[in-house]
Ligand binder design. Sequence first.
Ligand code: ADP
Ligand code: ADP
Length: 225
Amino acid sequence: PPGLTIRNVSKRYSNAVQALTNVSLTIPPGMYGLLGPNGAGKSTLMRTLATLQEPDEGQIVLGDIDVVNQKEAVRQTLGYLPQEFGVYPKASAEELLDYFAVLKGITNRAVRREATEALLKQTNLWDKRKQKLGGYSGGMRQRFGVAVALLGNPRLLIVDEPTAGLDPAERVRFLNLLSEVGENSVVILSTHIVADVAELCTNMAIIDKGQILLEAKPLEAVAAL
Ligand code: ADP
Ligand code: ADP
């Protein structure tokens, strides 16, 4: 699978906040950690990679796709898990996942059923598939978010501060799930929690005040601190 290359990406908001300055990263397939404190620019970079906003300058390339200029192509192969997965309390997991699969362009009913069943099993929600999402715990909602993000086998999975609201047991389950899916695509995990990166990621970068301070393997990075 192809990697992701980010070259000299900068972003300044209209209130003159310089959120990203010349960010360059080479991200291979697998789990990649983006570690930084609040306000460092993580969400800005994640939203930019997810084509939800554009950089002022710079290039982003995923395999043969120009992420900034070929948004539709990226979106076809993108999974995005935001901080809080928005809930539709009256829908069951099964109904909503099927609905998102339709939106993702999986029009064939049998194909959709097979895909959603596999994802509900993978995220350990199969037994709870008929339950309304309003009754789900935070951890279950996040796992459901992973199921949605994985529809269509994305080559790029963006995960933005996912463990913030989870209790320790849910957190471990969630991180294990991510590491399982991380083998066949580029998975970028943005977080301010060092342990999330140290436990899971094969490569990482540290960002602060919109600038990359370090790119390394987690163990080397910890040794350098
Ligand atoms: P992080 O995700 O690491 O907390 P953000 O990317 O959310 O960092 O924010 C980086 C900086 O940009 C912060 O100073 C933040 O206040 C600012 N910022 C983020 N989004 C906007 C926005 N839409 N408009 C103006 N400033 C923003
Ligand atoms: P988070 O910090 O949890 O990632 P958001 O993505 O909503 O939350 O926003 C990122 C940061 O940018 C927050 O700190 C928020 O206060 C700030 N922010 C968002 N929109 C604006 C804005 N229009 N002007 C200034 N700061 C903003």
